[in-house]
Design a protein around this ligand. Structure first.
Ligand SMILES: [Zn+2]
Length: 216
């Protein structure tokens, strides 16, 4: 079955989008490319150039992960500027953005306010209060659920029950949990079959990306 894993850091997983940084080598599988706030330094314009040079690569599926991290990142304005630069590339080429967001909700809101034409943004590893996500649903913001879905009483578990199905994705990120287990967990929580969820995610992907996914 096609268990799309929207975001992973493990090389060679089936049906997954491997998250890479511009400093790293381009992999021979589906990947996303972005400047993560943890690694954001003054050389970012060079890294943006690398992203642009690879923008037509047939395996490039998304921009990211990129975004905001106020616990482990440089000053806010720089983070916002570099996120906006990457989102602009994504919008121009019809690619979604994989968002890393730690204590940076106000920066995401500032970006959305300044950019009425935002690309699709997938908030990866979503595990915030449902209210936070609900306030973003008027904009093209999607939510990817990962390991936190396995934890009883987590915000991820609370929100997925309320999240519109046309905004849902799944991921493994750095976790050892199998992507199929995350789909299975979601299917139990939502009372939907795994086949239905696979279909929903595939449909969501086709809605936000112009690029064909490589299966396998
Ligand atoms: Zn990640």
């Amino acid at each position: 079955m096609f268990f799309l894993d929207i975001h992973t850091h493990s090389i060679g997983k089936q049906n997954s989008i491997l998250s890479r940084r511009p400093e790293e080598t381009i992999p021979s599988q589906s990947f996303s490319l972005g400047i993560h706030p943890w690694y954001l330094k003054t050389d970012w314009a060079d890294l943006i150039n690398i992203i642009e040079q690879n923008i037509h690569h047939p395996h490039l599926q998304a921009i990211g992960e990129c975004g905001f991290d106020l616990l482990k990142g440089p000053e806010e304005n720089l983070q916002l500027e570099v996120f906006a630069a990457q989102a602009k590339i994504a919008k121009k080429h019809g690619l979604p953005v994989i968002l890393h967001c730690v204590k940076g909700l106000h920066l995401l809101q500032a970006f959305l306010k300044r950019n009425p034409e935002s690309p699709a943004i997938i908030w990866h590893g979503y595990n915030q209060k449902p209210e936070v996500a609900k306030n973003l649903l008027a904009r093209p913001v999607y939510f990817s659920f990962g390991e936190a879905l396995m934890k009883e009483g987590s915000n991820a578990q609370k929100f997925i029950r309320e999240c519109p199905l046309d905004r849902i994705f799944f991921e493994t990120d750095t976790s050892d949990v199998e992507i199929s287990s995350i789909y299975k967990q979601a299917s139990v929580i939502l009372g939907l079959s795994i086949e239905e969820l696979v279909f929903v995610v595939r449909d969501n992907w086709n809605h936000i990306s112009k690029r064909k996914l490589n299966e396998g």
